[in-house]
Design a protein around this ligand. Structure first.
Ligand SMILES: Cc1cc2nc3c(=O)[nH]c(=O)nc-3n(C[C@H](O)[C@H](O)[C@H](O)COP(=O)(O)OP(=O)(O)OC[C@H]3O[C@@H](n4cnc5c(N)ncnc54)[C@H](O)[C@@H]3O)c2cc1C
Length: 472
């Protein structure tokens, strides 16, 4: 007998025979507490999340996913879906219930002639970059290569080349999905177009995606990329000039701002390690010489401590921040979409950085816009096309006893920035306590999402996510 305790419906007892029948129907395997691999499968990027599913189905095929979904539905189990396991909210894993673990489904197949890739949902961004860049092609994704392609895509997806090639979802041409009734369907502009619309930004609300199909672009393998590091004393002047320069930036140029205590980077003089700095992290994804010209205005701001911008293999640049974002730390995020960076917002950011609660905490301002903004707001579920900046307050620490202090700091910066924010939010940056913000996050697209949810998942089987409730 397996006790599949769900926090919503008390204890559900399921006979061992039923679990064995499920296991024998799979190419993959079923894990319960005590089995080898159980702890590895339930451990995700954010160490604040420590949950124990009743069962984990380690899927290897779309058929395995269909069996797992039907089993959960038939037994009334809470369902969690794990792709790369990176999401801050920790919804990839549940206490009790059934976790559908896709992390072993990692294949990336590239058709170079057709400039297409078919990607399974356990692939990381590094898996995707490796295969696409091997033939000089690329799909725009995020800035940390260990992130899962699945969750990133379903929430939208932006990074170094989004301004040139759009959000990740703008490059999604089709998806294969196991819906809440256990059926396998295809979604594209011509097949189940409503579902395809919802998948592009609507998160894991509409089914389990077993395959993503992307169009690819010719790019690289080298881009002009790197960091310019400024003393924090100059941050106000640097941010004001940054704001002017990026307002006229070509689509090829993306520059994020990172404010934090300097990590012990080898190119930074030792006296700066541990001191507050402002980092301009930039990437120009076109011709290298054109990149030198396009980055000149950003690189001539102020008197930087270091400038390490130069030609880099794109797949390597995609991993540049990985050492600062390793799994195993405790993390809490708060995020706002910003359409601009007014002086008052800059003032709020600066005073928060002067009181950073720990050496691994940072605030970054992601730079979006460009091609991503030339897609209509209602063309996909992703709502905030004109938010050219996405601020993320990333608190990161090691000891559980420090949780409240770090979370309090993040919330208070978030509150202070609210008057300057667009009102929408990137669902992929929302922590687990922001369920009440989902409707506002999707803005004008929420209502259509709710009606598509009603059609594809009326019982809200897929509710462990930034949840869209089925329309009444
Ligand atoms: C260090 C770090 C850096 C990041 N940088 C960026 C960035 O630059 N740009 C950006 O856009 N985002 C970024 N993100 C956010 C990232 O996009 C989200 O965390 C995303 O949800 C991660 O996807 P995952 O598959 O790894 O996560 P998981 O935690 O496995 O999945 C997240 C959720 O997505 C759903 N889901 C996952 N797979 C499927 C599937 N196959 N079918 C249906 N639903 C599914 C589930 O609801 C799940 O709870 C970053 C995150 C981290 C931790």
């Amino acid at each position: 007998m397996h006790n599949l305790k769900t926090h919503e419906s008390g204890i559900t007892k399921i006979g061992a025979g039923m679990v064995e029948a499920l296991a024998s129907s799979l190419k993959g395997s079923v894990l319960a507490e005590g089995d080898a691999g159980f702890d590895e499968a339930r451990t995700i990027w954010n160490a604040c999340i420590d949950r124990k599913p009743g069962l984990i189905v380690r899927c290897l095929t779309a058929g395995d996913v269909a069996h797992a979904v039907r089993f959960a539905r038939d037994h009334g189990l809470l369902v969690a879906v794990r792709g790369g396991g990176h999401n801050i909210a920790g919804n990839a894993v549940c206490d009790g219930g059934l976790m559908i673990d896709l992390s072993q489904m990692k294949s990336v197949r590239v058709d170079a002639a057709a400039k297409r890739a078919v990607v399974q949902p356990g692939a990381t961004l590094a898996d995707v970059d490796r295969e696409t860049q091997a033939v000089g092609l690329v799909v725009p994704t995020g800035i940390n290569s260990t992130t899962g392609i699945a969750g990133l895509t379903l929430g939208g997806g932006f990074g170094w080349i989004t301004r040139k090639y759009g959000l990740t979802i703008d490059n999604l041409t089709a998806a294969e999905v196991v819906t809440a009734d256990g059926e396998m369907v295809r979604a594209s502009e011509t097949e189940n177009p409503d579902l395809f619309w919802a998948l592009r930004g609507g998160g894991g609300n509409f089914g389990v995606v077993t395959s993503f199909e992307f169009k690819l672009h010719k790019m690289g393998p080298e881009v002009l990329a790197g960091l310019v590091v400024h003393p924090f004393a100059d941050a106000e002047a640097v941010l004001k000039q940054y704001r002017e320069v990026v307002a006229g930036a070509p689509d090829e140029l993306t520059c994020w701002v990172v404010m934090r205590q300097a990590p012990p980077l080898p190119f930074l003089p030792g006296e700066w390690h541990g001191k507050e700095v402002l980092i301009l992290a930039m990437c120009y994804c076109g011709d290298l010489q054109a990149g030198e010209k396009a980055t000149a205005a950003l690189r001539s701001i102020g008197k930087p401590i270091a400038d390490v911008v130069g030609p880099n293999p794109f797949a390597g640049w995609q991993q540049a921040f990985d050492p600062l974002l390793t799994p195993g730390a405790r993390n809490y995020w708060k995020s706002h979409d910003l359409t601009q960076l007014p002086d008052a917002a800059i003032g709020v950011l600066l005073s928060a950085i002067r009181s950073l609660p720990g050496p691994e905490c940072e605030v970054f301002i992601g730079h979006v816009g460009g091609a991503a903004d030339r897609v209509a707001t209602d063309a996909t579920a992703f709502p905030q096309r004109n938010a050219h900046f996405v601020m993320n307050v990333h608190t990161r620490w090691r000891e559980a006893g420090d949780d409240q202090a770090f979370i309090k700091w993040a919330r208070s910066l978030f509150d202070a920035m609210k008057p300057h924010a667009a009102g929408t939010a990137y669902v992929n940056f929302m922590p687990e306590d922001e369920g009440g913000r989902v409707e506002a996050a999707y803005g004008g697209n929420y209502r259509r999402l709710a009606s598509i949810k009603k059609r594809y998942d009326p019982q809200n089987l897929f509710r462990l996510n930034q949840n869209v409730k089925p329309a009444a």
